[in-house]
Write a protein of this length. Structure first.
Ligand code: ADP
Ligand code: ADP
Length: 231
């Protein structure tokens, strides 16, 4: 993994008089999993989108490892950061395989390596490649779409994973399996993970530390699950 450092990060959306994220500073260690919890609208998604360069911060800096990524080319960032969201964000005109292959292709993997990786990722999220490889997102259930979204985020093997309620629509048994896979990625591959969830059990199971956020992503508490539970 790689560390993530946010320095006085602020986002004001045009037309919105209030900042959605205000002066957030945070250090996430390499190989650490940090869970963001907090009420709907408190700026969790906005923060993740800024780290992933989907939206520009109004001010502040973002560092990943020893590189300042605040202004780098988003394509370069794709090598470092995988991103999975609740609504899966799959491209509807692309098959499952094409969606998963997107980032590895973008960052220059060979055709044969991409092909093997797509199969591997489908297996990882528990979808039989023979059945799902050539389907379109609309031909999948919500939970299956989410699993493909997770497969896509992991495909190029980035050191950092940003996951915004990635298992919300997945059935409980599959969710358990995906949580265990994520724990394996933490332990074996030392990924750095920022994970948004409303599920406190999930937060405790997956988190090294939990960041409890208030409006504008002000950090109310940032500590281990044990410390937060005893507070
Ligand atoms: P969360 O992920 O914690 O639910 P968001 O990051 O989605 O919160 O939103 C934070 C705040 O920013 C909310 O008040 C939301 O209404 C506002 N917001 C989000 N996107 C936009 C936008 N495109 N334009 C204006 N305001 C926005
Ligand atoms: P929405 O506004 O619908 O929540 P986002 O703006 O968060 O969607 O994401 C835009 C699209 O770009 C998504 O479909 C997402 O899956 C894709 N995407 C962005 N960054 C990455 C990444 N690092 N890895 C894989 N897919 C990505």
């Amino acid at each position: 993994g790689a560390s993530i450092e946010l320095e006085e990060l602020t986002k004001r959306y045009p037309g919105n008089p209030y900042p959605s994220v205000e002066n957030v500073s945070m250090e996430i260690k390499a190989g650490e999993t940090v869970i963001f919890v907090g009420p709907s609208g408190c700026g969790k998604s906005t923060t993740l989108k800024m780290i992933n360069r989907l939206i520009e911060p109004t001010s502040g800096r973002i560092r990943i490892g020893d590189e300042d990524v605040t202004d780098i080319d988003p394509v370069k960032l794709r090598r470092k950061v995988g991103y999975a969201i609740q609504s899966s964000g799959l491209f509807p005109h692309m098959t499952v395989a094409e969606n998963i292959a997107l980032v590895p292709k973008m960052v220059g993997w060979s055709k044969s390596r991409v092909k093997d990786r797509v199969e591997e990722m489908l297996d990882l999220v528990g979808l039989d490649p023979r059945e799902f490889h050539d389907r379109y997102p609309r031909q999948l259930s919500g939970g299956q779409q989410q699993r493909v979204g997770v497969a896509r985020a992991l495909a190029a093997d980035p050191p950092v994973l940003l996951m915004d309620e990635p298992f919300g629509a997945v059935d409980p048994i599959t969710r358990d399996h995906l949580q265990d896979e994520l724990i394996r990625l933490q332990h074996e591959l030392h990924k750095t993970i920022v994970f948004v969830t409303h599920d406190f059990d999930e937060a405790i199971k997956l988190g090294d530390r939990i960041a409890v956020l208030r409006e504008r992503s002000h950090i109310a508490q940032f500590d281990t699950p044990e410390a937060i539970l005893t507070n």
